[in-house]
Write a protein that binds this ligand. Structure first.
Ligand SMILES: [Zn+2]
Length: 474
């Protein structure tokens, strides 16, 4: 089948639109490096466009009617948007779903220690990473520390020009002959991903003259670098060592998203997976105000670790929120809820692998997405014999193809890679449990789950075009 690069089809005016959309996306990437930051960013944007938090709206208003825009926020890490359509809700919704968590290193509950003159944060990695990619690069710390009195301290260090950054060391090549013999998954092990956060000791307070004071001096010298860090944390954040017990601090690559290539056709950044689909999903929701069916956008957390927990897709948060929505529309019953869910259509968005010519033997070239050739649909994902996959229905795919072609959205149809090499899961199979039609789709990514991933500006532009058409016409 002949395939075309999306870039060959753009007029000068459209190229400007592609670029403007990419710039907006890069701003989102720079300000949303954690699921909490993404949630904050998106709430600010959608409130400006008329979305209201469901709970507070219900205090003012009794009934939801067509055109109303509401959102539900789960624990500051998961977001659901709904716009009520003109068709009866029981006919089902048009749902876009993506995830806003990305692979990273999480700070442990007792993280702080000193060794060999350095203070460290001990970490536990989150999601699937090649551990050796995370050493010797500048890192930033993002997150929250919640104190016993309930106050939340927001931490964001390493992103501004004059902020300090943090790093993980690696053994110098001159001494690495043994290390270089190791398998890639053992070269840098999980417990070696501890982040260097300081190297200078706390300035000494006492001036010991006699033997008695000598003891005091010794005590001061012990773990003086760690003490220095604690003093700094106290000064800047008013937190103590025990406060790490109730913290969520994430170590992510420091720095901004950058245009890539002489032609500036790509974006190199941390966290494309899956903020790229999340961005297009909520932006498409903001552009569609005339859909017949009720539209919905799910931005979930915890996808990278199996969609678990209260803010993951396996929780009841989505189902409970739809029940609340129906109640506020005056049409809730258990049976009606089941019908709404079963009759819904969903694009379950997540990034897919983009073809990498340097590793071509890992892909089936006929069935892999190419960067710059539009966004992508995967009928099925899964591993080996499609294990764990949501295998989308052919009838549904036929309908989707028509919607995309009518809207002129460029898309590809692919699989992750060669059949026996591996695989991956998304949230599609979880939503399919309701009996709704779901298909995986998303943007092709190169170096998926690496500290810096690459995508094409054309693909995100086509992606949003496709989402808008889906919300309107599915
Ligand atoms: Zn993903």
């Amino acid at each position: 089948m002949e395939r075309k690069s999306a870039w060959t089809l753009y007029s000068k005016t459209e190229l400007k639109k592609v670029d403007a959309y990419a710039k907006a996306y890069m701003d989102f990437l720079n300000k949303g490096k954690t699921e909490r930051e993404c949630t904050d960013y998106i709430i600010n944007e959608i409130e400006r466009e008329g979305y209201q938090e469901f709970g507070s709206l219900m205090k003012k208003k009794k009934k939801l009617v067509k055109g109303d825009k509401v959102y539900f926020c789960g624990m500051n890490k998961m977001l659901l948007m709904f716009q009520v359509g003109t068709a009866p809700l029981e006919e089902g919704m048009n749902i876009l779903g993506a995830h806003i968590d990305s692979p990273r290193l999480d700070v442990k509950a007792n993280p702080l220690y000193e060794e060999g003159g350095f203070a460290y944060f001990d970490t536990h990695y989150y999601g699937g990473i090649k551990k050796y990619q995370w050493v010797t690069i500048p890192l930033a710390i993002h997150g929250v520390v919640v104190k016993k009195d309930g106050t939340t301290v927001i931490v964001n260090v390493g992103e501004e020009e004059d902020d300090p950054v943090f790093f993980i060391s690696d053994l110098l090549i001159h001494l690495a002959s043994e290390q270089m013999e190791k398998k890639a998954n053992k070269v840098v092990e999980g417990e070696a991903l501890d982040v260097i956060i300081a190297n200078s000791p706390l300035p000494q307070q006492s001036k010991p003259k006699d033997k008695e004071k000598d003891k005091e001096k010794k005590a001061e010298e012990k773990e003086a670098v760690k003490k220095n860090v604690l003093a700094i944390l106290k000064e800047y954040y008013q937190i103590d060592e025990e406060d790490f017990h109730s913290a969520e601090l994430e170590i992510v690559p420091a720095g901004k998203a950058r245009e890539a290539g002489f032609d500036r056709s790509m974006i190199l950044s941390y966290g494309h997976d899956d903020r790229v689909c999340a961005f297009s999903s909520y932006r498409a929701m903001l552009e569609v105000n005339d859909a017949r069916r009720t539209t919905c956008c799910i931005l979930t957390d915890k996808e990278e670790i199996g969609s678990v927990g209260a803010t993951g897709m396996k929780s009841r948060f989505f189902e409970n929120s739809v029940a609340e929505l129906m109640n506020a529309m005056g049409c809730y019953s258990e049976l009606a809820l089941r019908r709404v869910l079963a009759n819904s259509f969903m694009l379950s968005s997540d990034v897919t692998s983009g073809f990498d010519p340097l590793y071509k033997s890992s892909f089936d070239k006929k069935n892999v997405a190419m960067l710059g050739y539009g966004f992508d649909f995967c009928k099925f994902t899964g591993s080996r014999g499609k294990s764990g996959s949501n295998d989308a229905n052919a009838e549904y795919l036929g309908k989707i193809r028509k919607i995309m072609d009518d809207a002129g959205a460029m898309y590809q149809m692919s699989e992750l890679g060669k059949v026996d090499l591996g695989g991956g899961g998304t949230i599609a199979y979880i939503m399919a449990l309701y009996g709704m039609n779901v298909i995986d789709c998303g943007v092709p990514v190169m170096n998926m789950h690496a500290p810096y991933e690459a995508i094409s500006k054309a693909d995100i532009y086509e992606n949003k075009k496709g989402y808008i058409a889906f919300l309107r016409n599915a």
